[in-house]
Design a protein around this ligand. Structure first.
Ligand SMILES: Cc1ncc(COP(=O)(O)O)c(C=O)c1O
Length: 441
């Protein structure tokens, strides 16, 4: 940009350049010493958040009086365990809990998650060296990338993905190489879905081989949002052995640790002998204990990585409000059966939605895990792409979903239903969809 574009800018050309980079019309540029060089380097390249556009449409529809059946956002609707709520109200009255807390989490909280890992997966963790509390899995994942990668490094990430899996390495300045991940296939003649996650490991190895310099980190998350792909322990064994052989760090986001259906129990990567040499895992109370708003998660596993994040967080925050930490301890210790109760609720909703969709000839596979159904756009509507199709469902059927395009390039052929509506509302949604999706026959 030069004085040709902004004649007479001799007093502040640097500022004018920065403004022009933001695509502001020339007339609006303020010149002179006070104008700011507004360049938000880390977020400049971010595409518009697809989900914000859908939320705006949902809001408009509600304002018109529409009763939207909302499967859009994976925001658990079920109440948190009552013992935790009671403990929180008690703990908040104690002024000693109003001060700054420990950014790594108070000792009993770290011990409680160690006990939970021992109970659920037979994994032994040292609360002092191998656990740090995070402000939910999302914050943990974002900041662990800061200690693992920097400009010039790269990470392998499945595609489609929960958006922060792609953006956390980018925010830390690294490059991202996406590895295609398929969800469960359509049911075969006997009703059994194709094995989810099939082919992912091979694709991962291929991408690794084609990438230089070699990635420092592999991000994975099973059961997987949005595809609902699930893996077994032998997959985790292959992954750990690959990571050890190639000296790469594994970051496993285990947000759906407790949401496996039909008897399937998702494995922790830390169950694999030797995993702690290369792997860390994020566990969160958000889905397992329906405590989304409380923001309690953990990074566990490799001690060096855990210590590195602990050090960074010591600079960044003073820890979660202490009454919340105390109540989180109570949730894990006194409501150990709560995740199993939630699982049954989600399983019932999954069955209602999948059976309903199949009854209107929308072929979907029943997920073995997560709180989502990843539905391929039915053939007669496929050309619309996921954003237009999701808009159609919202505006004509009053059913909100998330367009697959919001989860990365591999997602556009699908929409995602989050199982946050009860069975009765789910039946209502299916009736609305039957009325609108007339091309399904
Ligand atoms: C894969 C995955 N990780 C993390 C999260 C968010 O977890 P938290 O609330 O603990 O930040 C979600 C929420 O949808 C998720 O799907």
């Amino acid at each position: 940009m030069s004085a040709e574009c902004h004649p007479g800018t001799a007093g502040g050309p640097r500022f004018a350049i920065a403004r022009c980079a933001l695509d502001v019309p020339c007339e609006e540029v303020a010149y002179g010493e006070l104008a700011l060089p507004m360049e938000f380097r880390r977020i400049n390249g971010l595409p518009p958040y697809v989900f914000s556009a859908m939320n705006a449409l949902k809001e408009q529809a509600r304002q018109r009086g529409a009763d939207i059946v909302d499967f859009g956002f994976g925001n658990p609707d079920l109440p948190s365990p009552s013992v935790a709520v009671e403990k929180l109200t008690e703990a908040v009255r104690n002024p000693r809990n109003h001060r700054y807390s420990a950014s790594r989490g108070i000792p009993n909280l770290r011990q409680a998650v160690c006990d939970l890992y021992e109970r659920n997966w037979g994994v032994d963790l040292d609360p002092d060296r191998e656990v740090v509390t995070t402000i939910g899995a999302k914050e943990g994942l974002s900041h662990v990338m800061w200690v693992l990668v920097s400009p010039g490094d790269s990470a392998l990430v499945p595609s489609p993905s929960y958006p922060i899996h792609i953006y956390a390495p980018l925010f830390a300045g690294a490059d991202v190489h996406q590895v295609p991940l398929e969800g469960p296939g359509r049911p075969g003649a006997d009703g059994t879905p194709a094995r989810p996650g099939d082919g992912f490991f091979e694709a991962l190895v291929e991408t690794w081989e084609a990438t230089w310099p070699k990635p420092r980190v592999i991000v994975v998350s099973f059961p997987h949002n949005p595809t609902t792909a699930c893996v077994d322990i032998s997959f985790m064994e292959s992954l750990v052995s690959f990571a050890r052989e190639h000296e790469v760090v594994l970051v496993h986001d285990f947000a759906y640790a407790d949401l496996g259906f039909d008897g399937y129990r998702p494995p922790s990567v830390l169950q694999v002998p030797g995993a702690k040499e290369v792997a860390v895992e994020l566990y969160t109370l958000t889905k397992s204990f329906s405590m989304a708003g409380w923001r309690v998660g953990f990074l566990v596993g490799n001690a060096e990585i855990v210590q590195a994040l602990t050090k960074l967080k010591g600079y960044l925050d003073y820890g979660t409000f202490q009454p919340i930490q105390i109540a989180a301890i109570v949730a894990m210790r006194e409501a150990p059966d709560y995740p199993a109760e939630l699982r049954l609720v989600y399983e019932g909703r999954r069955d209602a939605l999948c059976a309903g969709l199949r009854s209107i000839r929308w072929d979907v596979a029943s997920p073995k895990g997560t709180m989502f159904v990843w539905a391929p756009i039915p053939e007669p509507y496929r050309e619309m792409g996921s954003v237009e199709f999701a808009k159609l469902l919202l505006q004509e059927a009053e059913v909100a979903t998330s367009p697959g395009a919001g989860f990365g390039p591999g997602g556009d052929g699908h929409v995602r239903f989050a199982l946050i509506e009860n069975e009765q509302r789910t039946h209502q949604a299916v009736r609305n969809l039957r009325r609108v999706l007339t091309k399904l026959g």
